[in-house]
Structures are given as structure tokens and as C-alpha cells.
Design a protein around this ligand. Sequence first.
Ligand code: FES
Ligand code: FES
Length: 155
Amino acid sequence: MTLVLDFTLNGRPCRIDAPSHFTVLDLVRDTLALTGTKDGCGEGVCGACTVLLDGRPIRACLVLAARLPGRSLVTIEGIEGDRLDPLQDAFAELGAVQCGFCTPGMILSARALLAENPTPSAREVREALAGNLCRCTGYVKIVEAVLAVAHGGRA
Ligand code: FES
Ligand code: FES
């Protein structure tokens, strides 16, 4: 069965057909070609597929696209304006990116944290990013980058 989905994608109205079994991850990567969202484990473990649904981080591989109508979806492509988001700048400048596979999900989880809590502690940053796995960095630089934005006036 095919569904017609009406929702907001990265701040703009989006109307698109999708098979009823599609997840948000299928829709974003395969139909919309927004490949900044990564397909890691496909079963809700790694956080690489994190996107924001109504401002909250979700695992796109676990949520059916059928839940999108009337809601606001933001992918990593949606947080940049004319220039990179301050979190993206900080990740790049402070060495929080190695292979980069986890980075879009990390950035979106961090963006949701800072929207709710603009000046988090290191512990709060670690807790907010606990569902986003990174095989490369050891997390220290990632936490430092989020704190630099939160406490260094970059946001
Ligand atoms: S791909 Fe969704 S949590 Fe790993
Ligand atoms: S930078 Fe490689 S998985 Fe995080």
C-alpha cells in the first residue's frame, strides 16, 4: 500500500508518496536522497540515523514514515543556513570528527539538548549523547565541542 505523506521537512512543506512499510530512514535516504542521515545498525542501537521529529531526537530506523503527517522533521541538511551550524564548526575545529559516520546523529542530538538546556554540564552532554555511538573518537572531543558551543558563545 502507498501512503501520501504531508509534513514539514527542514522547514518546508513536503508532500510525498511512500510505501506503508517505509521507515523514516527509508524515506529520508532512499526517497528524498538526504544521505546525511546514516544507516548504521538499522535496529535502534547506534544512533547514526538520529533526526529531529517535532524537535526531539528519534531513531529514524525505528519510526514508520506513516507517523510523519502533520509533524516537523529535521535532518542534518536542515540545520545549516548560509553557513554551517555552530556545532558543526566546533566539531570540525576541535577534532570531534574522525570518520564522520556518527557525526550527523551526534550533532542533532546535541542540537536538541541545547534547545532545551542551553548551558548543560559535561555530564548532561554525555547523558544526551549516550544513545549515539562513536567508534573513533573516544567521545572526549565530542563532549568538548558541545560544551564549547554551550559555554563559549558559539550558539
Ligand atoms: S541505524 Fe538507527 S539506531 Fe542504528
Ligand atoms: S567519528 Fe567515526 S564513528 Fe564517530
